[in-house]
Design a protein around this ligand. Structure first.
Ligand code: ATP
Ligand code: LTN
Length: 340
């Protein structure tokens, strides 16, 4: 049995990714990379957001495969299952339950303002379902169930995190202190990696040409960087100017994120060299960053029993934390206590 005092001594981190596609460089640099190394200081929960992913139609066999391979990739990215709670969202039924409850404390107007809803409904005009609309209240439930202090995500999730705070404050105002009010934890560089093909839109799995996947072969990665759109200026000079030169700025962010070099250092390093040499160097740096992750993922993925053990243990640990919060919420709302 864990000692409650020691559990609460550490601040809580929590994040999730939808297994609606394979993990890509944007997910890695914007989110997962920043999760590893936090376990000493924080109590960390990371999950595969499968309940969220069905807001867009999924192929069942693919969804099952990707949920498990995402777990292997989390571990390969440095998340030690002994130090982090890694689980599959649908295994902890409290998410769906609190999700429903928070729907009743989230306003139609608030949900209508979510840019992810607007983007996804434009992309899936034939399937604008209720789940796509109420997605943020389920996300709020994910976070509030664990009394998370911080939510490490990319820039695109900031609006959902802010709504989560509003929902928590609203609930606390009505019923008294129930939820911790969480804060987003967004990296300074890499928070918004753009597509290599269209550097004005974010890198996303729905645009495979502009998207580098963690499991891509070195040859594929090299090819994608070679084709990366730079800018049509005649300057042919590596300089950080996101407004004027979004393609180059994006490549600089990627390079900075994987090498730790500042933009000034990168400008010096490539002074007098054209975009071709720069793109090659960024491609090589990304290949070397992803190589050990890809190899380790493949190795872990071959051991299905091990992975099953990890997500079983993860769900058990997560449930015990989630159950505590849900019980408190039911009581506050006025539900009759379950006698069994
Ligand atoms: P979709 O393609 O459906 O929009 P996605 O690729 O954005 O999905 P998510 O599951 O929505 O994947 O995101 C997982 C995490 O990765 C989130 O924390 C998100 O902020 C981060 N993330 C996603 N895309 C990027 C990106 N291009 N740059 C930085 N971070 C990103
Ligand atoms: N909405 C997020 C995925 C997600 C999440 C969460 C992130 C679902 N629940 C809880 C952080 C905390 C996304 O689309 N990237």
């Amino acid at each position: 049995m864990e000692n409650t005092a020691s559990v609460h001594a550490k601040k809580i981190m929590l994040s999730g990714i939808q297994p609606s596609g394979d993990l890509h460089l944007g997910n890695y640099l914007g989110a997962v990379k920043n999760w590893s190394g936090l376990a000493e200081e924080f109590d960390c929960f990371y999950f595969m957001a499968d309940l969220h992913s069905i807001t867009v139609r999924q192929n069942p066999a693919e969804l099952r495969r990707r949920s498990v391979s995402q777990l292997a990739q989390y571990i390969a990215c440095g998340l030690d299952p002994e130090k982090n709670t890694l689980f599959i969202q649908s295994h902890v039924h409290e998410h769906a339950e609190l999700g429903w409850i928070l729907n009743c404390y989230t306003m139609f107007g608030e949900l209508s303002r979510m840019t992810q809803f607007k983007d996804k409904s434009a992309k899936n005009a034939e399937n604008i379902n209720g789940g796509l609309f109420t997605y943020p209240s389920l996300m709020a439930a994910d976070i509030l169930l664990y009394q998370a202090d911080f939510v490490p995500v990319g820039q695109d999730q900031k609006q959902h995190c802010e709504l989560t705070r509003d929902i928590a404050l609203r609930f606390n105002n009505i019923y008294g202190e129930t939820f911790k009010v969480p804060e987003p934890y967004i990296p300074k560089v890499g928070a918004r990696i753009m597509s290599l093909g269209t550097p004005t839109s974010k890198m996303s799995k729905s645009d495979p040409q502009g998207c580098v996947f963690i499991m891509d072969s070195p040859e594929e990665i090299a090819r994608k960087f070679k084709r990366a759109v730079t800018d049509s200026d005649t300057e042919n000079c590596v300089r950080y100017a996101p407004e004027e030169k979004p393609g180059v700025a994006n490549l600089m962010s990627i390079y900075s994120s994987v090498t730790g070099r500042s933009f000034a250092e990168i400008e010096n390093e490539f002074a007098g060299q054209g975009y071709g040499a720069f793109k090659r160097a960024v491609g090589e740096a990304v290949i070397e960053t992803l190589r050990p992750i890809r190899e380790e993922s493949q190795r872990i993925l071959a051991d299905k029993e091990y992975l099953r053990g990890v997500y079983t243990q993860g769900a058990e640990r997560a449930s015990s934390a989630a159950r505590r919060t849900l019980r408190k919420v039911y009581k506050r709302i006025g539900f009759v206590e379950k006698p069994f």
